[in-house]
Design a protein around this ligand. Sequence first.
Ligand SMILES: Nc1ncnc2c1ncn2[C@@H]1O[C@H](COP(=O)(O)OP(=O)(O)OP(=O)(O)O)[C@@H](O)[C@H]1O
Ligand SMILES: [Mg+2]
Length: 483
Amino acid sequence: MSISTSSLELGTTFATELPELALPWRAEEAPEPRLLVLNQPLAVELGLDPAWLRSDDGVRLLVGNAVPAGATPVAQAYAGHQFGGYSPRLGDGRALLLGELGGPGQRRDLHLKGSGRTPFARGGDGRAVVGPMLREYVVSEAMHALGIPTTRSLAVVATGRRVQREVPMPGAVLARVAASHLRVGSFQLARSTDDADLLRRLADHAIARHHPAAADAANPALALFEAVVAAQASLVARWMLVGFVHGVMNTDNVTISGETIDYGPCAFLESFDPTTTFSSIDAQGRYAYGNQPVVMEWNLARLGEALLPLVHDDEAEAVTLVTDALGGFRRQYSAAWSAGLGAKLGLTGAASEEPVVDDLLRLLQENHPDLTSFFRALTTAAGTGDREPARSLVVDLAGIDAWLDRWLALGPDADLMRRTNPVVVPRNHLVEEALDAATAGDLEPFGRLVEAVTHPFEERPGLERYAEPAPDSFGGYTTYCGT
Ligand SMILES: Nc1ncnc2c1ncn2[C@@H]1O[C@H](COP(=O)(O)OP(=O)(O)OP(=O)(O)O)[C@@H](O)[C@H]1O
Ligand SMILES: [Mg+2]
């Protein structure tokens, strides 16, 4: 059924340029769609009318029951390394790319997650449930508010269908917006077909869409690889600085654009401990907080392998070029991490390279304070001279006193610290509390949580509890696996 009341036009660039990776498909009809949350500011930014999106026609679009005239929804094919093992054929098993919003240079995918089985569904039911889709909504919007590149969430619509999980759960569809859904796994799939033309078209599509400067480079495929390495080095440094743990850094969950994608078993670190993992399916701790940079480097090596035939006709030469480019990851990651940590400590220029910055890490590892609270406590120390909030979060008082003396002597900029260190991140216990209430039908806690985490640098009266760690979180962690 086409939408008569809207002039919404969706582009089909991906489906047209890369038909081998785009399987035309339709969403499963939702029996009783009901809008749970709409991202009004994002709708406006995209040039969509929020009032129309809230209407019956709008909700039918957002859940996949209606497709705008001229659009070609597709399930996207990709491959991927999952927990280190290669799956040659993944693809959108429960998702669809509806089409693209905006023109060249600002194209954004409108995508549905949880919209029913596709030919890539393997054993899955193609569905998603309310809790995890609201989790993706709130965490991705928090990440955006923190200034971290991410896919965005436009809406979550309940389908009115019960979905079988451990117990039956209410079904939902997330409408997601992204610079694109090209993944490292998209390149792995294109490479595995041995179709050189497909691989080249995919690279050209990615360059045009995300890294246009690479088109003018002497070696565009190598320049594309370097651009993705740079974008991901910067992204992972940002994750690490706020304590974000992605949880499923499989190569199919790593974008070419440099946006964070797929908020499954993700969470924010509370007590500082690099071995922290939140996913009950990650028993080995492969995707633990402290492993994220090295895992991203490994994932980018898989992208480099996929690009080899485009980089040079001579394979040995191609391997040398790609290996050199991958070497940039560690340098760029370290530079981004160090500059970011310096800013969190109110230090810029030469002061941000003082040993006192690195020495803080030892203090954090030995005392494992709540990361977010600790940096806000340091902000207080820099702004008012009051050291007690910071001292109250650590055990080694002599150690923190000596460290504070050295750091405060450098004259940290408290305003920079206020702009850099969030007061509010989506804390695990508050997210779980809001999702449990929403699943039971009460969306109010979820609304308050979204309000708090989308203003992360503000201390807001009435929202104090969103800035507090869980009462029993000291040294502990939550186990969660979203579906
Ligand atoms: N319930 C399901 N039914 C069918 N396929 C599924 C289901 N859940 C996950 N998949 C598929 O399994 C693979 C890995 O899932 P993963 O959790 O990484 O992705 P996702 O959360 O579904 O989506 P995305 O990466 O787009 O955010 C993907 O190919 C995904 O489409
Ligand atoms: Mg995924």
